[in-house]
Design a protein around this ligand. Structure first.
Ligand code: 5GP
Length: 194
């Protein structure tokens, strides 16, 4: 199947909310700036510190639904009461230029990408335990109780789907998980985590 150093490869990083996908992907990008991370659109309100166009493109529902109708998303899904989608044109442009592309998305979106990019490589990140995941989601302190409950219910469902993925990685320790992810993506020979 090749590695992300193969021109134009698409890699999906998925796993339940709170598992640390974002932190892991940020660390991966810092070490491999040749990777291009898609910036998703969402109807979720920005969290403190999130920047429009960098963390997400923050859309209202009308604009999001217009893009759905126009075929502007490679995939999209509803998650915990909000809509999330991957804008199609930049992904296609980067792949056409031979740049390895990363998507950090939830399960329904990963399934859609599996259909449209069957040769893509899909990695599932899971927590050491459900209790640890709950601790992380609550510890983030950014969601109200209602949103936390929705995220936890969704996480239980997502955790049952790990067999659908090409690889599964337990995120107990960031440094170890990063090294394992690098190995999976074919960067293993080039570097060691400090
Ligand atoms: P959060 O609200 O915590 O930023 O994201 C909630 C969930 O939505 C996470 O699991 C995240 O990976 C996922 N997500 C972010 N962007 C997208 C996207 O473009 N498409 C899909 N399907 N899921 C996304």
């Amino acid at each position: 199947m090749g590695s992300p150093s193969t021109p134009g490869r698409l890699t999906v990083i998925s796993g339940p909310s709170g598992v640390g996908k974002g932190t892991l992907v940020a660390a991966l990008l810092q070490r491999h700036p040749d990777l291009w991370l898609s910036v998703s659109a969402t109807t979720r309100a920005p969290r403190p510190g999130e920047i429009d166009g960098a963390n997400y493109h923050f859309f209202d529902r009308e604009r999001f639904e217009y893009q759905v109708q126009a075929g502007g998303f490679l995939e999209w899904a509803e998650f915990a009461g909000n809509l999330y989608g991957t804008p199609r044109p930049p992904v296609e442009q980067h792949l056409a230029q031979g740049r390895p592309v990363l998507l950090e998305i939830e399960l329904e979106g990963a399934r859609q990408v599996r259909r449209s990019f069957p040769a893509g490589f899909q990695v599932f990140i899971k927590p050491p335990s459900f209790e640890e995941l709950e601790r992380r989601i609550r510890g983030r302190g950014t969601d109200d109780e209602e949103a936390i409950k929705r995220r936890l219910a969704r996480a239980r469902q997502e955790l049952m789907a790990e067999a659908e993925f090409d690889a599964v990685l337990v995120n107990a320790d960031l440094g170890v998980a990063l090294e394992e992810l690098e190995l999976l993506l074919g960067f293993g020979d080039a570097c060691h985590v400090q």
